[in-house]
Design a binder for this molecule. Structure first.
Ligand code: DQA
Length: 147
């Protein structure tokens, strides 16, 4: 098994507002709280957490993941539901044999109908949703320990 030393944790639009954005849905933890939680969980693993509201930037980071063969935890946020360009970029990563775990804080299937579709899930390695910040923690455990 490959030893994982670095994980890209990529976050899409509006997730920079975590902490104050609909706390009843997304909880009160900020992205920085999530970053420190992940870093504490996996010592020796470089947690490279990034957020953007820009689809092109997110796609560029996925290209970087292919080139560097860096496993990815991806919360595509609203791009989940409609961005075929993002889906194609995720496919580039997983087709190269590099894992991408799609995560969501909420359970989109328990919410509005438009959130029930993910155009990303079909090319992701796996999907974890509905556990708040725990979705990221479970994804990291899977990438690092395979558990
Ligand atoms: C989300 C769910 C999406 O439907 C929504 O657009 C988000 C966050 C989640 O983490 O629960 O921005 O990806």
């Amino acid at each position: 098994m490959t030893v994982v030393t670095r994980v890209l944790v990529l976050n899409g639009p509006n997730l920079n507002r975590l902490g104050t954005r609909e706390p009843e849905v997304y909880g009160t933890q900020t992205l920085e709280d999530i970053r420190s939680m992940l870093a504490a969980e996996a010592s020796g693993v470089d947690i490279d957490l990034r957020q953007t509201n820009d689809e092109a930037e997110l796609i560029g980071w996925l290209h970087e993941a292919v080139d560097a063969r860096t496993p990815v935890i991806l919360n595509p946020a609203a791009f989940t539901h409609y961005s075929y360009a993002l889906r194609d970029a995720v496919a580039l990563v997983t087709e190269a044999g590099v894992p991408v775990i799609e995560v969501h804080l909420s359970n989109p299937h328990a919410r509005e109908a438009f959130r029930h579709t993910s155009v990303v899930s079909g090319v992701a390695t796996g999907v974890i949703a509905g556990f708040g910040a725990g979705s990221y923690r479970l994804a990291l455990a899977q990438l690092v320990r395979g558990t």
